[in-house]
Design a protein around this ligand. Sequence first.
Ligand code: PLP
Length: 462
Amino acid sequence: MSEPRRRSWAEPYKIKMVEPLKMTTREERERAIREAGYNTFLLKSEDVYIDLLTDSGTSAMSDRQWAGMMLGDEAYAGSRNFYHLEAAVREIYGYKHLVPTHQGRAAEHILSKILIKPGDVVPGNMYFTTTRLHQELAGGTFVDVIIDEAHDPASEHPFKGDVDLAKLQAVIAEHGAAKIPYVCIATAVNMAGGQPISLANLRAVRALCEAHGIRIIHDATRVAENAYFIKEREPGCAGMSVAAIVRALCDLSDGCTMSAKKDALVNIGGFLALNDDDLFDAARNLVVVYEGLHTYGGMAGRDMEAVAIGLHESVQYDHIRARVGQVKYLGEKLQKYGVPIVVPIGSHGVFLDAKAFLPHLDQDVYPAQALAAELYLDSGLRAMERGNVSSGRDPKTGLNRRPRLELVRLTIPRRVYTQAHMDVVAESVAEVYDRRDAIQGLTMVYEPPQLRFFQARFEPLA
Ligand SMILES: *Cc1c(COP(=O)(O)O)cnc(C)c1O
């Protein structure tokens, strides 16, 4: 009996406008990466062929979103687009109050300022760079309560974003609930490789927090991607829509910070959403200091409109299946070439395990940074370090944090590249993998005091 013929997978959209890509020679790339201090953040976009630096603000907007841009109401106060965005946030996420901000870290800034007092402790399911920094700037200390499996790139745990309830309980016992302004829960945990938290785990976290009167603030940046994994993997959830799962996740928290540059398919934007009336009042007072009036908060009216439309598109099944599916396609291709990657394949990118890729390099010569530079040299592919450089220094000891995960992130922008681009990426990584023994480490020659990975400069070890 013959197999039924199955259709190939394809992007669920057609292309209406194109942006030509520039090809470079090896010589040009050698010059470009040297001038960039071996930091892919400092490359000119013009010198990049396939740009997998980040999925942040790099999405292709839909024709509907572009049409929405023409409907921008650029009034200083009370823009119509603000009310559209507020309605979208209420409908899709279910939070009561909206404070728009120019991007996610601005929401984190305001939230940290209103909730964290010096000496406070903020437990979370793994740190995120800007989130932790704002917690620290407000006088708080981040404590990681994610399950151990999240720090193991080879663990196949289906929900590596889950909280270890015993760890959270221990933090509450040690510091007391009064010192914990909130628990920070990220969906599709970025620094773990885009790994989801399960609904069951979040329900248990909620019960524990409620018993101690502790709030949960949700980093909702990639909640739709997390919801897709729940639909695929969590017992009892296959019949739920992605939108219903998103809503169920949000309903287990008291508010969220959001970088609309990810899930919401826009190039700029973000918000803080809160259920509590008093906290909302406090946030609204601060947003006028740091961002702008509370009905635009750093965004143009047209941008708020694009976010409102993008939020609706983000929970459509065909979209999210293709988005996460493209990441899976690249990851599985790399696995066929034997390249060590973080498993299970995550939501928004494929994370190369630089420790396993370059076992001959010590973490203090920055293997992931060196690997990202090498990939650029090979094909003009731009990736990003997520390891010792990103993790920064321990504020107490001043030493590199040397995180367990030393990764290079191949982050896929939404709706931008095709399957053919993914093939080229996989071939380039495989090529570099074949000559990995010759790759040398780097030394840091310029180090900014905060979020050093953005602007640090390096030189090859001779
Ligand atoms: C990008 C991101 C942020 C910060 O958002 P920006 O819009 O870049 O300021 C916060 N949390 C997570 C999980 C992110 O991925």
